[in-house]
Design a protein around this ligand. Sequence first.
Ligand code: ADP
Ligand code: ADP
Length: 225
Amino acid sequence: MHDVWKVYPNGVEALRGIDLKIEQGEFVYIVGPSGSGKSTLIKLMYREEVPTHGVVLINGVNVKRVRDWKIPHVRRKIGVVFQDYKLLPNLTAYENVAFAMEAVEAPRRKIKQRVEEVLELVGLTDRMHALPSQLSGGEQQRVSIARAIVNNPTFVIADEPTGNLDPENSWDIMYLLEEINNRGTTVVMATHNKEIVNTMRQRVIAIEQGVIVRDELGGEYGYED
Ligand code: ADP
Ligand code: ADP
């Protein structure tokens, strides 16, 4: 990102002059108080939002110049994980993950093999035919991680992925994200989880009022909440 500003239609300056480079294979935490701009920064990374000013390059592609029909193509290289999972309620765990491959028109033969592989990686082989409503929060988040990685993205973005989980399930999710990162995938995660950030000791970028105030390798959470 080069001098990125995001001003919402109501005049709120959510991001004010962000300069940021994340390299392939990094693990990055985005921290900061509520309303500081973390979600906005993350939304720019998967092109849910475009910058008001400045340049966002994702895998070298300027997201503002990408024509709408090409957005799925850019997003295919990005896996996104949300605090509230965002699974399709009428589809099973298996179908939720398969759907992400169907959306990019993967061949059917490949879909079955790959979906079973990622569900095994997240430890849900036994639960693959359950609906989201039949799964615990931790299990639903593991389905959403399986969905995020099924197309072999170059990076995974997570917005408060442990926000609705107890500590044990939160750590399970972190070990999965660590494993995904160890396989070479870049991981960017916005979080309020002090214990996780202080234990994992990765790059930490702190945002306050839309400005980066700290960017440290092996950093700490740095806030009291
Ligand atoms: P955080 O994720 O750190 O809580 P956000 O990026 O959600 O911060 O919000 C940053 C600021 O932008 C806040 O003042 C918030 O109210 C505002 N904001 C976020 N999304 C919108 C939106 N869609 N329209 C208007 N203002 C928004
Ligand atoms: P978080 O702190 O996790 O970002 P928020 O409660 O700030 O969550 O925001 C929830 C959603 O509402 C986000 O998608 C955000 O963009 C949107 N939002 C936040 N503030 C505003 C606002 N003032 N106007 C419109 N949408 C907003």
